[in-house]
Design a protein around this ligand. Structure first.
Ligand SMILES: NC(=O)c1ccc[n+]([C@@H]2O[C@H](COP(=O)([O-])OP(=O)(O)OC[C@H]3O[C@@H](n4cnc5c(N)ncnc54)[C@H](OP(=O)(O)O)[C@@H]3O)[C@@H](O)[C@H]2O)c1
Length: 321
């Protein structure tokens, strides 16, 4: 089968679309014919091996798993608990390929209302948004820093569906996108400092990692909740990236009056079921910026890194019937 392979860490150019053996599912796994796969910030971190410290998990000299990609939507070929031909979606390593083998609890029936491309955009990004906003209640106010990205575009819609008032922080070119998804107010981070003038919120969801803990806390009402997810943009290679903010947040958490949550989104079938219901009820519609063919994955990663993609970028792997 064709797959997007990386033999070392580096820029998008190092990615190769290569013939590799198709995977054979083990007991408890499902073999999926991938129709579409989406790019996530995680894939970029793995491609670059950035921050360097993350290589302890990804692989010291080169990625332990050579096939890139995490989020997919496709059709079941074989496997436990599913009928061949069932349309599914899920989250597992090696998704930038014609076929992927996935533990059965990481795959779920695809939202019927979505195309394969839309469904592929959901698992990791929308699950991160769902879990980051877990404590958000109706009538509360939430500020989302990084509202126009893969996670942020889902976060705006989920917050809105919960009945919250949403302040979205992103660049001016994406203001209409954020407003169209349901943001009540959009803050252009180049014109306005949300820590100073963005108001006080019950929950601040940080998806960028470029502000100090002090600034993020400043945007909260007394006793509010700060959710930190990571963040980080390429700046020639970083040792710690967003890990510095995360460590500071963990150290400060017991001593401050706000609640600080360092998000580690957990993948599960139950999460995919909840996301499917949000999609099929029309409360969440994935925003897809561009689609590329699988063979053009390097170009898609370059677009994401250099041209600052908005919302979700998707690879078409097999043509939909
Ligand atoms: N903890 C977890 O479990 C978990 C799971 C998934 C993802 N994450 C992390 O969450 C982060 C966001 O992921 P994503 O896929 O949404 O990334 P993304 O698609 O690249 O989105 C980045 C967002 O940041 C905004 N941004 C860029 N520069 C900014 C600046 N200087 N000030 C304010 N906003 C800025 C962008 O806005 P404009 O494009 O409008 O400039 C965009 O809205 C990633 O770093 C990822 O590692 C964590």
């Amino acid at each position: 089968m064709k797959a997007i392979v990386q033999d070392r860490y580096g820029p998008p150019d190092i990615l190769e679309c290569r013939d590799v053996p198709a995977p054979t599912p083990a007991p408890g796994e499902v073999l999926v014919k991938v129709m579409a796969a989406s790019l996530n910030a995680r894939d970029w971190h793995v491609l670059r091996g950035d921050p360097y410290l993350a290589r302890l998990a990804f692989g010291l000299r080169r990625p332990k798993a050579p096939i890139l990609g995490t989020d997919f939507a496709g059709v079941v070929v074989s496997g436990e608990g599913f009928e061949p031909g069932e349309e599914v979606y899920g989250e597992f390593g090696g998704a930038f390929a014609e076929y992927v083998r996935v533990p059965a609890d990481r795959v779920e029936r695809k939202p019927a209302s979505l195309t394969f491309a839309q469904a592929a955009a959901m698992p990791l990004a929308a699950n991160t948004a769902l879990q980051g906003l877990r404590s958000l209640e109706k009538g509360q106010s939430v500020l989302i820093n990084g509202a126009s990205g893969g996670v942020g575009t889902f976060a705006v819609q989920i917050a809105r569906a919960r009945g919250a008032r949403v302040t979205a922080v992103c660049s001016a070119r994406n203001a209409d996108l954020a407003a169209g998804l349901g943001a009540d107010r959009v803050v252009d981070y180049r014109q306005e400092d949300f820590a100073l003038t963005g108001g006080r919120h019950d929950l601040v969801f940080d998806l960028v990692g470029n502000r100090s803990l002090r600034d993020l806390r400043r945007a909260l009402v007394p006793g509010g909740t700060l959710v930190i997810s990571g963040g980080g943009v390429f700046s020639g290679g970083s040792l710690f990236g967003p890990l510095g903010l995360i460590v500071r947040a963990r150290l400060a958490a017991p001593f401050v009056k706000e609640k600080i949550v360092v998000l580690e989104a957990v993948q599960s079938r139950a999460a995919l079921t909840a996301l499917r219901e949000l999609a099929d009820s029309g409360q969440v519609v994935p925003a897809v910026d561009r689609t590329y063919d699988l063979a053009d994955a390097a170009e898609a990663m370059r677009y994401m890194e250099v041209e600052h993609a908005r919302a979700n970028v998707v690879l078409t792997v097999h043509a939909a019937p």
